[in-house]
Design a binder for this molecule. Structure first.
Ligand SMILES: N[C@@H](CCC(=O)N[C@@H](CS)C(=O)NCC(=O)O)C(=O)O
Length: 232
């Protein structure tokens, strides 16, 4: 079977890997793992015991971690949207991916933690900590972005794909006023125009899927439970 990408709904960071697969021209399947669907999560944990999304099942092995999955896809495709393969362009791509995965993604961790049952008093402390971190991450990303239309320059790459998934988290947590960041707001608007991003939203929302890539259909985690022989 084609590689299967496990992605979360609603609003997960796994959107980035869906977009990267759409761009890659590689055949792939998708498996939805809604956060609230206990049965799907139970089945998914039999494949990926970490339980986090995204996860990728390829050749019977599981790859966890967004950056590993994005790099797996990029290494197998010549589409320019995979990003530069060498030189300063690759250095910038890795710099941006690293920043997004650590500073930007992690700035929301206090908010996610607060959702998992803490007292009102602690929740206020987490929110205060989180909003400072989110504000700083946005300030830093505006600086890194500069006048470029996309994170790595004149065209989108897997860094933008990954960003499309996590830039939305402010809508949910209301950590900051994101509109104060004009470059990020413009990048987000550009991203939302892309067919692959719209495809990813449709996949998250269970809508009909029109692929510009080589999407081969949906599968369930229950169907795949015996297909995994562990992590790479
Ligand atoms: N470092 C991991 C983090 C993945 C992660 O936290 N995914 C979230 C969705 S965006 C998730 O699965 N949360 C549920 C959980 O942690 O149990 C990666 O980059 O893939």
């Amino acid at each position: 079977m084609e590689p299967v990408l496990f992605f979360a709904t609603p609003g997960g960071c796994s959107l980035g890997a869906v977009i990267a697969f759409e761009w890659s021209g590689l055949p792939y399947r998708l498996c939805r793992v809604p956060f609230a669907d206990e049965a799907a999560n139970h089945d998914y944990r039999r494949i990926n015991p970490l339980g986090q999304t995204p996860g990728l099942l390829a050749d019977g092995k599981v790859i966890a971690q967004s950056l590993a999955i994005l790099n797996h896809i990029a290494a197998r495709s010549d589409d320019p949207r995979m990003g530069p393969k060498s030189g300063a362009g690759l250095d910038r791509l890795n710099m941006l991916l690293g920043f997004l995965h650590t500073s930007y993604f992690s700035s929301y961790l206090p908010y996610w933690k607060a959702l998992r049952g803490v007292s009102d008093e602690d929740s206020a402390v987490y929110a205060k900590l989180g909003s400072g971190l989110v504000q700083t991450a946005h300030e830093q990303l505006e600086l890194l972005l500069g006048d470029r239309p996309w994170l790595c320059g004149d065209s989108p790459t897997i860094a933008d794909a990954y960003f499309a998934g996590i830039v939305r988290w402010n809508d949910f947590h209301r950590a900051i006023d994101q509109s104060q960041f004009g470059r990020i707001t413009a990048l987000r608007a550009r991203l939302e125009q892309l067919p692959a991003v719209q495809f990813g939203y449709a996949a998250e929302n269970g809508l009909p899927l029109v692929s510009e890539g080589q999407f081969k259909g949906l599968v369930t985690a229950a169907e795949l439970a015996s297909a995994s022989t562990g992590y790479v």
